[in-house]
Design a protein around this ligand. Sequence first.
Ligand code: F6R
Length: 242
Amino acid sequence: MEIVIVPDAAAGGALIAAAIADLLTRKPDALLGVATGSTPLPIYQALAERVRDTGLDVARARICQLDEYVGLPKGHPESYRSVVLREVVEPLGLTESSFMGPDGSADDIAAACEAYDQALAQAGGVDLQLLGIGTDGHIGFNEPCSSLASRTRIKTLTERTRVDNARFFDSLDEVPHHVITQGIGTILDARHLVLLATGEGKADAVAATVEGPLSALVPASALQLHRHATVVVDEAAASGLK
Ligand code: F6R
């Protein structure tokens, strides 16, 4: 695992956007796995700026989701499909055809999860997976005690994660209780994992991920198993490291 400490979130976003630009130069049809939430927004802004300023051709890039709420209608502004379209796909000048995600409104959620794992494999696997981290150490929505070998499946959000995510909704009651998330095993299949963590609130989770033992209690510690995992942290998020 490589750890990169940057001064702030903007520097982390710029660094990771540069790595994505590099990947797309080498492999124009790369499959980029994206996370939602607040942390990766500086990456998406920096990448869109790069595309605008340098003329980097991203027309063949493919984008895939890490997770999705269960029960929100597809067009709901806070469904992760809508968020990824708004924050990543449209700013890069791509269309829905270059984008895939699990169907959180499917009647048969188990079948939708299996279909998504198959779709990722058929697409040749994820080249670079962006990750954030929850204050409880989750990646995707693999909450503590998730199996380190898990595949895409339905999970129940902890109360802590629902409270953390309530800022995107009008009230806590509106935050769904369930999500479809790529499993930890699914995430580990990606060729390169890049986790960005910013702010003091993530310091304990980052320290446990990087310096703690491999443990299902800290799902992000599974990155220790991956041969190419990069953890980018700002100084505040790095403040718990020894
Ligand atoms: C969302 C996701 C989550 C978030 C995590 C941190 O797609 O995968 O693991 O990355 O909950 O969220 P923020 O960045 O909002 O603190």
